[in-house]
Design a protein around this ligand. Sequence first.
Ligand code: MN
Length: 203
Amino acid sequence: MPLAGRLPFVLPDLAWADNALEPFISARTIRLHHGKHHRGYVEAANRLAVQAGLAQHPADDIWRQAAADPALSVLANAAGQAWNHALFWNSLSPEPEPPAPALARRIARDFGGLRELQAAFILAASAQFGSGWVWLVERGGTLAVERTANADAPELRGIRCLLTIDVWEHAYYLDYENRRGDFVEAVFTRLLNWRFAESRLDA
Ligand code: MN
């Protein structure tokens, strides 16, 4: 379908190669997850935004407007998944460095330490029944772990999301089968991009 002008939702390029996160996330999972799942959400969001007459607006505005309108719930889900996956890719690094001192102090203050934050992530991931997301957020000056179902995100409620781990089965099933906790532990300990979290805090 030819469309005039640019479409609001864009599939971002990955900052690393498909196989850069191995052995913790396989190239096959990345190719499917980014190239099929994320791409599908972006294409659906654009198609539905055009149908709803909203395609001239920025993607974030379309997402918020759709999330507030029950008649646009299908668009809200696609737009939310487009945003959530972009944050997820930014949350991953093949060469992660530990949190810088300023962030490390806040993690110590609000959780007790990185090990406690890791335990909170794994607990939230196991508590999330069905598909969803686990988030490190800043809420009223305090860091916290939240979980959401399906395409929902704390960002929609004005809560700043710093990092996320996708706990939909497509994120881990090829590599970990049903072991969601093992996937979350591997991502948390080997791949989390604390530089990105710090950039979100500073923004
Ligand atoms: Mn996903």
